[in-house]
Design a protein around this ligand. Structure first.
Ligand SMILES: [Zn+2]
Length: 266
């Protein structure tokens, strides 16, 4: 059984890390033990929609308080809605915006039918709502790009929902745990790549340096499956590589994790 929702497990940065491998274009036929059958996944219309229109999305100032973080997230959320709805129009796909809610503590928290767990954000496909956790841990370091990545990643799941990818993933057959986990990694890595696509498309309107981007890549590389109990989002180096691929391509066509060889979705 696939889980009913998919969480961004950007867990706390624990310690060790593999330095990330540079992003590589996935070319040639997929060499994978578990080929993906659904064309909805491997040849989705969204992949041919070209680069995201550049939208201007200046970041509001953010402080380590819940109210400030909320208004920061809301601003981003609106930019994401503008960027992706224009993209769906281009692709000839229907789009409606998700809703957003906040939590400030994960203690005893249940969302979308499950315990909250380690996630910083969770998208609930059933209600098309996503929730962002603004607890102490997240609020400690609000001036980096991490929160933006979390929000853009959850929005990436909504993009998957609206494009039929989420549903196709839920119905994609598998034989055993290993194959199911690989499919879940493809889904998660694609959401992370979509986050990179969005960040890439608004980059010029952000007052950010190359160092800020590198720092985000490092944080992502340090919060992979090596650091979490549930290992279905991919290694840190793999996540970093898809995030960067999305950023560099700034087009959803760069995020076809479903046709990538197994070595790119570990
Ligand atoms: Zn996710």
């Amino acid at each position: 059984m696939k889980i009913p929702f998919v969480a961004a497990v950007f867990a706390v940065i624990a310690g060790l890390f593999l330095s990330g491998a540079p992003a590589q274009a996935a070319t040639g036929p997929a060499q994978t033990q578990y080929p993906i059958r659904s064309k909805q996944l491997t040849q989705n219309k969204l992949y041919k929609s070209g680069p995201l229109e550049t939208v201007s999305c200046p970041e509001p100032a953010i402080e380590s308080s819940v109210s400030s973080a909320k208004s920061y997230v809301k601003t981003l959320f609106n930019c994401l809605g503008d960027a992706w709805s224009a993209q769906f129009d281009k692709a000839g796909l229907r789009f409606s915006k998700p809703s957003l809610r906040f939590f400030t503590s994960k203690k005893g928290l249940r969302y979308c039918g499950s315990k909250w767990g380690d996630a910083a954000g969770i998208y609930c496909p059933r209600t098309r709502q996503f929730a962002v956790l603004l607890d102490k841990e997240i609020l400690t370091d609000v001036d980096d790009l991490f929160l933006m990545d979390v929000v853009a990643h959850e929005y990436g799941h909504h993009v998957q929902q609206m494009s039929g990818i989420m549903r196709a993933y839920e119905y994609e057959p598998y034989h055993g745990k290993k194959e199911e986990t690989e499919q879940t990694k493809r889904l998660e890595l694609q959401a992370e790549c979509f986050a990179g696509v969005f960040i890439g498309s608004v980059w010029d309107s952000l007052d950010r340096s190359e160092d800020d981007w590198q720092r985000l890549l490092d944080v992502v590389a340090m919060s992979g499956d090596e650091t979490t109990k549930v290992k279905d989002h991919g290694r840190g180096s793999t996540q970093k590589s898809w995030l960067n691929k999305g950023f560099q391509s700034a087009a959803p066509g760069g995020c076809n994790t479903w046709a990538a060889p197994a070595s790119r979705v570990r």
